[in-house]
Ligand binder design. Sequence first.
Ligand code: HEM
Length: 177
Amino acid sequence: MSENWLLGLHWGIKKSFLDYVARMPDGRGIFRDGATLADGSIAVFEPDVEAEHPEAADADLFLAFHGDIHFSGHFGMLNVRIADPWITMRGSQAEMTVLDPYHPDEGPRLPLVRFTLESRKTEDDMRIWLGTEVLLAQEATGLFNDVYRVGEQFESIAILLRATNATAYGNAKIGIS
Ligand code: HEM
């Protein structure tokens, strides 16, 4: 296994949703293009060094990740896609956007969750951020068939990057407080 296997965005998405899909006879979760499944329930998205986000020029932090997860079930009626998450932070408030599942190649990205993001000191060349109070954005309630309301709690987020690479992902100030 590559020594880089840990790097990226680690997110359990929402445990009750993963359990719900797992309970369906035809429930599936396909992880590809940079997304993998760790420990049975943690989605890991790899860092994306190519992404550019001009609108985030004034942000305190911009981190881009690559990967595509597609949940399906209920004989094709349930389709939930979470792809290429980008995180933009202003102050301590962060927002994760993903590709619009219905218009992935055009139009604005879809805000999925908003959360509090804090950096953690490390003694080596790693950079770590923890995202807590991860709440569903109003714009993404339709993604889950309006079952979850705006502000529904999602799982916490952990981000691990190498310090040497971290600056390449941000077009902004990457500070460790
Ligand atoms: C044939 C159509 C559907 C049926 C019969 C159905 C049925 C159900 C049932 C029975 C539950 C409660 C599960 C439990 O608590 O154990 C549930 C929850 C849920 N359903 Fe569906 N559903 C359907 C379609 C969909 C679709 C199309 C979506 C999303 C695109 C969806 C998203 C959800 C979500 C997000 C939950 C909440 C899971 C959780 O966090 O506990 N469902 N559904």
